[in-house]
Design a protein around this ligand. Structure first.
Ligand code: DLL
Length: 433
C-alpha cells in the first residue's frame, strides 16, 4: 500500500539526482533568505555553483541545537511572518525551546510525509484513531493528525492523559488504531487490564514513536494490547514525525529522502562515515521553506541501509536509533545506552517493563543503580527472600555481561515506579548534585 507510489519507489539514481537538484536550490535559498546561513556559507566558501555532487555537501557547515538557541526565536526563519501558518517548539526541558515555523507548503509536505508512512503499515479511511500524544507545541499530535486526516481516517484527538477515558472511548468508538509513545501504550494496556476491559478494546495498529523502544518492549506491548505496532522517527527541528518510519516489513525506518537528505557522521570528530556505518544522523531538509536546515546534527545514533526493501520502497532505511549521543551514559569509562539495559530487563518475566536509572558519584567514581519493578503476577517475590535474592543476582549478572560494568539493582514492588503519558524520563543523573 502506497500513498505516492511513483515517488516512494523511485530508482536510487533518480532519488539522488532529485536530491542534488534540491540541495543546490536549497543552498541558494538559504544564502538569499537567512542572514545566519549567508554568513556561515560565505565563511566556508560554499555557493550553490560549487555543489556538483551530493558528496560536496561535506563543505557545508553543520547546524546545531545551539545555533537554534542563539537565534531564538525566529533567527533561522527564511520567510516573513505573514507566510508562516504554524509555529511549533521543541519539548526541550532546559533553556529556551527551539522554535520552528511552517509555511502552507511545509504543512502540506508534512502531512504527505506522514500519510506515506502510515499508509505503508495499513492505515486507511477505515482507520479510527485515537491520538494520545499531547496536543500543543509538541509536533507529535498535530503531525500525525493531519497525515491521518489526509488519508481519510477518523481522527479522535484525545491528547495524552486521562487514561480511563481513553480506554472508555476505545470501547465506545471502536477505535482500531492508537498513536502514542510506546511507554504510554504500555501504561494504557496495564490500566485496561486493571479495569478488566482489555478484551473489550479492539485495537489493531499502534503507530508509535518519539522515543526509543527495544524490540523486546514492543513485543510485550503488542501482546498486551493485541496489536501490530510500528515505529516512527522525527524531530521538531526538522519538521516533527514523518522524517522516517517503518513499513510493514519492520526492517528499518524509510526516510522520506525526496525531502530529507541523510548522512551519518562520527559524533566525536564530525567526520562523514562510509555508507552503512553506525554514527550520528545528520539531516538536511531539502524542501522546507519556513525554516530550512542545513546539515542538522540530530545526536541520534543510527545506521542507514540503502538496499531496496521487500515492500517495494526504495527510500533508504535507518535503524531504530540506539540512543542519543548525549543520552549515552559514560560510567567509569564505559559507554552505556539505556536501550541495552532495557533489553536485559525485558528478558525477565518477573519484571514489569518499568525501570529507572539513577546515576551517582562517590569517591570520584560513577555508580549506576537500576531500579526495577516486579510484575503484578510476581509481586509475592518480595516476601520470598531466596527467590528475591536469586532474581537480584540474575539481573546483576545479565547487566554485567551486556554492559561490562557492575551495577546496583534495586527491586521494588509492582506499581511503585512512575508512569509516563508522554516521553518516558527514566534517567536520574545526580552526579553533579
Ligand atoms: O519526538 C517528533 C516525533 C513525534 C516523532 C511523534 C515521532 C512521533 P522531538 O520532541 O523534537 O520530536 O524529539 C526528537 O526524540 O532526536 C530522538 O532522540 C527521539 N525520537 C523521536 N522518534 C524516535 C523513535 C519528536 N522512533 C527526538 N525512536 C529525536 C527513538 C526517537 N527515538
Amino acid at each position: 500500500m502506497f500513498f505516492q507510489k511513483d515517488i516512494e519507489t523511485m530508482p536510487r539514481a533518480d532519488i539522488e539526482k532529485l536530491q542534488l537538484e534540491r540541495l543546490k536550490r536549497l543552498v541558494k535559498y538559504c544564502m538569499d533568505n537567512v542572514p545566519f546561513y549567508n554568513k556561515r556559507l560565505t565563511e566556508a566558501g560554499v555557493t550553490a555553483d560549487k555543489i556538483k555532487t551530493l558528496s560536496d555537501i561535506q563543505y557545508i557547515p553543520y547546524t546545531t541545537k545551539a545555533d537554534m538557541r542563539d537565534t531564538y526565536p525566529f533567527g533561522l526563519f527564511a520567510v516573513p511572518m505573514k507566510k508562516i501558518t504554524r509555529i511549533h517548539a521543541s519539548s526541550g526541558t532546559t533553556g529556551k525551546p527551539t522554535v520552528v515555523g511552517y509555511t502552507a507548503n511545509d504543512l502540506d509536505m508534512w502531512s504527505d510525509c506522514v500519510a506515506r508512512l502510515i499508509t505503508a503499515v495499513g492505515a486507511n479511511d477505515e482507520t479510527i484513531v485515537q491520538i494520545a500524544f499531547g496536543y500543543g507545541l509538541f509536533t507529535g499530535a498535530l503531525g500525525l493528525h493531519y497525515g491521518l486526516e489526509k488519508i481519510g481516517a477518523a481522527v479522535v484527538p484525545t491528547s495524552s492523559g486521562n487514561t480511563e477515558k481513553q480506554i472508555m472511548l476505545m470501547q465506545d468508538f471502536g477505535t482500531n488504531t492508537l498513536v502514542s509513545t510506546p511507554s504510554y501504550a504500555q501504561y494504557i494496556g496495564e490500566k485496561a487490564r486493571e479495569m478488566g476491559v482489555i478484551d473489550k478494546i479492539h485495537l489493531k495498529l499502534g503507530l508509535f514513536g518519539s522515543e526509543g523502544c527495544t524490540p523486546e518492549m514492543r513485543d510485550q506491548i503488542e501482546k498486551t494490547l493485541n496489536i501490530f505496532a510500528t515505529d516512527n522517527y522525527g524531530m521538531s527541528e526538522l519538521m516533527g514525525p514523518g522524517v522516517s518510519g517503518e513499513c510493514i516489513e519492520r526492517d528499518g525506518m524509510h526516510i522520506n529522502e525526496d525531502h530529507f537528505y541523510a548522512e551519518v557522521i562520527n559524533p566525536r570528530t564530525g567526520e562523514a562515515l562510509p555508507k552503512g556505518s553506525e554514527g550520528e544522523l545528520v539531516i538536511t531538509t531539502l524542501t522546507k521553506e519556513g525554516i530550512p536546515m542545513l546539515r542538522y546534527r540530530t545526536k541520534d545514533i543510527t545506521q542507514i541501509n540503502y538496499e531496496p526493501c521487500k515492500c517495494g520502497r526504495t527510500f533508504a532505511r535507518m535503524a531504530k536509533p540506539r540512543g542519543r549521543s548525549d543520552d549515552m551514559l559514560k560510567i567509569r569509562g564505559v559507554n552505556v545506552f539505556p536501550s541495552q539495559i532495557e533489553s536485559v530487563l525485558m528478558g525477565f518475566e518477573q519484571i514489569a517493563p518499568h525501570y529507572q536509572l539513577v546515576l551517582t558519584r562517590e569517591n570520584c567514581a560513577d555508580h549506576l543503580e537500576i531500579k526495577v519493578e516486579l510484575s503484578d503476577k510476581c509481586s509475592d517475590i518480595l516476601d520470598n527472600f531466596p527467590r528475591l535474592e536469586q532474581l537480584h543476582k540474575d539481573i546483576r549478572h545479565g547487566m554485567k555481561t551486556v554492559l561490562g560494568i557492575d551495577t546496583k539493582i534495586t527491586i521494588v514492588g509492582h506499581k511503585t515506579l512512575q508512569r509516563f503519558q508522554g516521553k518516558a524520563q527514566r534517567i536520574l543523573d545526580l552526579r553533579n548534585k
